[in-house]
Design a protein around this ligand. Structure first.
Ligand SMILES: Nc1ncnc2c1ncn2[C@@H]1O[C@H](COP(=O)(O)OP(=O)(O)OP(=O)(O)O)[C@@H](O)[C@H]1O
Ligand SMILES: [Mg+2]
Length: 261
């Protein structure tokens, strides 16, 4: 199994949207995928399962590792796609020093890896500290969504600084790259920002594919679905399948090799 965290310093950059749609793309390709909501705000759960607030999940396990994973893993209609809600964060917030829950997060991922999943994709809360930091420090790889807007690009030095920190936190962490999100092809400020980011960062640090700004994501999340299953969802499905291919190539992980291909 390979574990991939979806993380960013900034909030609202599209982490949850990317996590849901990317997990769906891997599941469609026959990769046994577990999507974990590690954000105490619980947005994956909120959008994909209506009663997610009632579901036990990731934070319940951190509080009580004697919980069995069967109680926490929620199947979906797609056989290869399972979810875990964030559960009750209780005293755990994303603040605080990094490393407090590190051992438990590691045990958790180890337990998950024995459940026959190929991929564990983890949507984290914004920030590289607290439980989000522990998740990054315990994962094999990280994807960093970045909104394609001028203000977002101004935060690139901070982003680079963040990447440096990630590598210190976890020397074996593979930084899969920055994924441009909410790109508006018809808006110069947005395409210019995307271009600027590509010029600033080394090629291999930016995904070739980028996620367009599209109302379909908001409609899909209101219905609790990945955007790709919506009517007219085919172009979005294609984009996330391209991102999936890039990740498969970059990780060169046998776990991610499509079973349908
Ligand atoms: N490509 C997109 N096109 C249009 N709207 C989008 C897109 N990506 C995300 N959004 C919308 O932008 C908002 C923020 O996205 P999302 O929740 O995925 O970001 P996030 O990084 O997970 O935020 P947080 O840091 O709060 O967890 C949501 O309302 C979402 O529906
Ligand atoms: Mg989110």
């Amino acid at each position: 199994m390979i574990s991939i965290a979806v993380s960013s310093q900034k909030g609202g950059v599209g982490k949850t949207t990317v996590s849901i749609n990317l997990a769906h793309a891997f599941a469609l390709a026959g990769i046994r995928t577990l999507l974990i909501d590690a954000d105490p705000q619980g947005s994956v759960g909120l959008s994909l399962t209506r009663q997610s607030r009632l579901l036990a999940g990731f934070y319940d396990y951190l509080a009580d590792p004697s919980l069995t994973l069967d109680q926490l893993i929620v199947p979906t209609r797609l056989e290869t796609f399972s979810l875990m809600a964030s559960g009750q964060a209780g005293d755990y917030d994303t603040g605080g020093s990094m490393g407090a829950h590190l051992a438990r997060v590691r045990t958790f991922l180890h337990q998950i890896s024995r459940r026959g999943f190929d991929l564990c994709l983890i949507d984290t809360a914004a920030g590289l500290f607290g439980v989000s930091g522990d998740v990054i420090a315990s994962s094999d790889a990280v994807i960093i969504p970045q909104q394609a807007e001028p203000l977002g690009i101004r935060s690139v030095p901070k982003l680079l600084d963040g990447l440096g920190k990630l590598r210190v936190m976890n020397p074996r962490l593979q930084v899969l790259g920055v994924l441009l999100t909410m790109v508006q092809e018809d808006l110069e400020d947005s395409t210019e920002a995307a271009k600027a980011l590509r010029e600033l960062l080394p090629n291999e640090l930016v995904f070739q594919s980028q996620v367009p700004r599209d109302g379909i994501f908001i409609k899909a999340s209101a219905r609790g679905l990945p955007a790709g299953v919506m009517e007219n969802g085919a172009p979005i499905r294609k984009i996330f399948d391209d991102i999936r291919s890039e990740i498969t190539r970059k990780t060169a992980s046998p776990a991610l090799t499509s079973r349908h291909a």
